[in-house]
Design a protein around this ligand. Structure first.
Ligand code: ADE
Length: 450
């Protein structure tokens, strides 16, 4: 075990606190005591392990979605030691549906790093916290201040908005400038907390109060902030000038690229379904697809590193959109690649799935294959009752359910009279597209950049 002394990142200041800042801090902390939502990670006193888990889950995810996931994870792994000792797959299975699965792997790795480098005790030191996997400046500040009473600042989108409005700051237009300004302001207020209360309870209540105000009262456009019930109404410079709705300025809208995902839900003769684990190394570009896309882009599908370690039915991802015929051709090709023989492939349905950076269209197919073919460590044939053991993203889970439902309907449908076979159209020759085969069998690996 190595215990390194790490210098703390919290700079000291000798600036005296203004009367206005003192009022802002004490009024917001007192409001938080009265108005805080009862959330499962808000025990008294705060539990640093709970704070670590909650902050990992709350990154990019709303409180209301996190509550059940947090409660389930803590019930299964009540201590940091239990989490560190668990297989990563068990943590991913508990995270299934919450999204941003890299957070689950990082949380697990952070628990192991705390056991290894800090004797199992979550460090109070900001630099040591930030050295943990998945812990950035905000998360380190939240854990250090809320659970450990350190005078650390925190800034996320909610906090930045509260501070900008409080100061009537409407001169900053770019995100980097806004965040730089907000971190400085949050830092000054954190110092003021430490000066007023060296024991560290004020900073905890003030920082959580900032988050709570941003989440429940000082709402972003297009919602209106609830200024009439705001505890900082008298201190707010934007409200005094009536410009709170214009702060912060709207972010420039960015276009999210389209990705077509062809999924085949392949069942064997015993009713088991084939699942594959997305590779750690990321995706592999293959130019073997006969798919005809409507996209003319030649950029690789930007899904490298997404959903790594999670399970899914065999999936081919392509940047751009696919026609129905092209999706079916891809599905047949994919089924043949996995089963090694021609198999019947039928459309089961389509759906849209939006992530932060990508707009997916899932084309789901159901296929029947002969016995267990192409098995491996990262491929499993599973009965549907056992699927809860695996971590699946919400999109993979939805595709799987869609395919299974279609297979079940077909199984129970009365047999159709046989039609004379139609002559099939030969597949159109195509330019090779940038197709990503996100399976464990990927041979060429790219670095995981997400
Ligand atoms: N968002 C991020 N951290 C939070 C916390 N501890 N409580 C409520 N919302 C949060």
């Amino acid at each position: 075990m190595t215990l390194h002394p790490i210098p703390n990142l919290i700079p000291t200041t000798t600036e005296p606190t203004s009367a206005r800042d003192r009022a802002i801090i004490t009024e917001l902390a007192a409001w938080f005591d009265r108005a805080a939502r009862p959330l499962p990670w808000r025990s008294t006193p705060r539990n640093p392990y709970h704070a670590l888990v909650a902050e990992a889950m709350l990154q990019q995810t709303q409180v209301s979605r996190v509550v059940t996931y947090f409660t389930r994870l803590i019930a299964r792994f009540p201590t940091l030691d239990a989490l560190a000792a668990a297989p990563e797959q068990d943590v991913l299975a508990l995270w299934s549906g919450l999204g941003y699965y890299r957070r689950a792997r990082s949380l697990h790795a952070a628990a192991q790093a705390i056991i290894k480098h800090h004797a199992g005790v979550i460090p109070t030191n900001l630099a040591a916290l930030q050295a943990l996997p998945g812990v950035g400046r905000y998360t380190a500040g939240a854990i250090a201040s809320i659970a450990l009473g350190q005078p650390a600042p925190i800034v996320d989108g909610n906090v930045a908005r509260v501070l900008l409005r409080l100061e009537g700051q409407d001169q900053l237009t770019t995100q980097p400038r806004i965040h730089q300004w907000a971190w400085l302001r949050a830092q000054a207020l954190a110092h003021a907390c430490a000066a007023a209360d060296p024991a560290g309870t004020l900073i905890a209540r003030f920082n959580e109060g900032l988050m709570e105000l941003g989440a429940t009262i000082c709402l972003p456009a297009p919602a209106q902030p609830h200024c009439l019930v705001c505890p900082l109404r008298e201190r707010c410079l934007a409200q005094a000038r009536g410009v709170q709705a214009q702060i912060p300025p709207p972010k420039p809208s960015k276009k999210t690229p389209h990705v077509a995902a062809v999924v085949v839900v392949i069942c064997d003769t015993q009713g088991r379904v084939l699942l594959e684990q997305r590779s750690q190394a990321g995706s592999t570009a293959t130019a073997t697809s006969t798919a005809t896309t409507t996209s003319t882009s030649t950029t690789p599908a930007p899904t490298t590193g997404m959903w790594v370690g999670l399970w899914q039915c065999p999936t081919l991802e392509t940047l751009g959109r696919l026609t129905k015929a092209a999706a079916l051709a891809s599905a047949k090709e994919l089924t043949q690649m996995r089963s090694g023989e021609p198999a019947s492939v039928r459309p089961a349905g389509d759906f849209e799935h939006q992530t932060t950076h990508l707009a997916f269209r899932f084309h789901v197919f159901a296929a029947q294959a002969a016995a267990c073919v192409r098995k491996g460590a990262s491929r499993r044939w599973m009965m549907s009752v056992d699927l809860h053991e695996l971590g699946l993203s919400s999109a993979a889970s939805r595709a799987l359910q869609m395919g299974l439902a279609s297979a079940a309907v077909r199984q129970h449908a009365p047999a159709k009279p046989t039609q004379p076979a139609k002559p099939t159209q030969p597949a159109k020759p195509t330019t090779p597209k940038q197709t990503v085969n996100n399976s464990a069998s990927s041979s060429t690996s790219r670095r995981n950049k997400l």
